[in-house]
Design a protein around this ligand. Structure first.
Ligand code: NAD
Length: 260
């Protein structure tokens, strides 16, 4: 279904981004991986995608907290893969603290990586997509793009902002063959959430397993984690013809979290 297409997936060395990269590759797309991590592990992921799915997989280690590196990532994909049909803005970080104790530099980092990077990559990728007359922009927001929780001022602000920008880009591209949508996961068991579960277990003096169960029951009515594979398949759906008239909106994959 995606043979001949190419996709950049930011933050795809781990968690949700890796799940999305795998699902797009499974449908035949060539992939530009991005994110941090151990060089040997990243190379194993890259080579593994090529071997398993018979696609091209490249890696660019751009630090998306920097505007010029966001643009360079898109240019590198255009040069080495020939074009960019699909851009998935997934890289993200979290910082948890009440606002009066929130370090300003962590605010800046969360806004830069979770929100501004998507502005810079979309800005860089759109001219190429317009020339192709087809494109899929997918922003990984969060249930926290739709509702709030305490102690997550920067993250909630960034994710609400990302959904706002998704609407604007959807409108601006409405007649171009390019769609722009957000995916809003609830809890997904990735390193980003494991840190929060571990902190909760330590703070409450309970086991990690109990802390995980508490975290789910507090917010996610299904009491099941969403998986990276499910989010990968959601991205594939947004790239399909069935989704060609879905734009400027968000899909919650959150076990009912935001229905409450
Ligand atoms: P993760 O920590 O497993 O992965 C984050 C990825 O982003 C990694 O590849 C990391 O290297 C990369 N990254 C971090 N800083 C970067 C930077 N400056 N430049 C380039 N890459 C950078 O986290 P995850 O849970 O897979 O999160 C992925 C996205 O999904 C994030 O935007 C997150 O906010 C969102 N999300 C996660 C959950 C969840 O429950 N895990 C829920 C809703 C939304």
């Amino acid at each position: 279904m995606l043979k001949g297409r190419t996709a950049i997936v930011t933050g795809s060395t781990s968690g949700i981004g890796l799940g999305i990269a795998r699902s797009l590759a499974a449908k035949g797309a060539d992939i530009m991986l991005n994110g941090f991590g151990d060089a040997a592990e990243i190379e194993a992921i890259r080579a593994g995608l090529e071997a398993e799915f018979k696609v091209r997989a490249l890696y660019n280690g751009a630090d998306l907290s920097k505007a010029d590196q966001c643009e360079a990532l898109v240019k590198d994909a255009e040069t080495r893969l020939g074009r960019v049909d699909i851009l998935v803005n997934n890289a993200g970080i979290q910082h948890v603290a009440p606002i009066d104790e929130f370090p300003p530099e962590r605010w800046d980092a969360v806004i830069a990586i979770n929100l501004s990077s998507a502005f810079h990559t979309i800005r860089a990728a759109l001219p190429g997509m317009k020339a192709l007359g087809w494109g899929r922009l997918i922003n990984v927001a969060s249930a926290h793009g739709l509702v709030a929780s305490v102690n997550k001022a920067a993250y909630v602000a960034a994710k609400h902002g990302l959904i706002g920008m998704t609407k604007v880009v959807g409108l601006e591209c409405a007649e171009t063959g390019i769609t722009c949508n957000a995916i809003c996961p609830g809890w997904v068991l990735t390193p980003l959430v494991q840190k929060q579960i571990d902190a909760r277990a330590a703070a409450q003096g309970v086991s990690v397993a109990d802390a995980g169960r508490d975290l789910l029951s507090e917010k996610q009515p299904s009491k099941r984690f969403t998986t990276p594979e499910q989010l990968g398949d959601t991205a594939v759906f947004l790239c399909s013809d069935a989704a060609s008239n879905i734009t400027g909106t968000q899909l919650a994959v959150d076990g009912g979290w935001t229905a409450q």
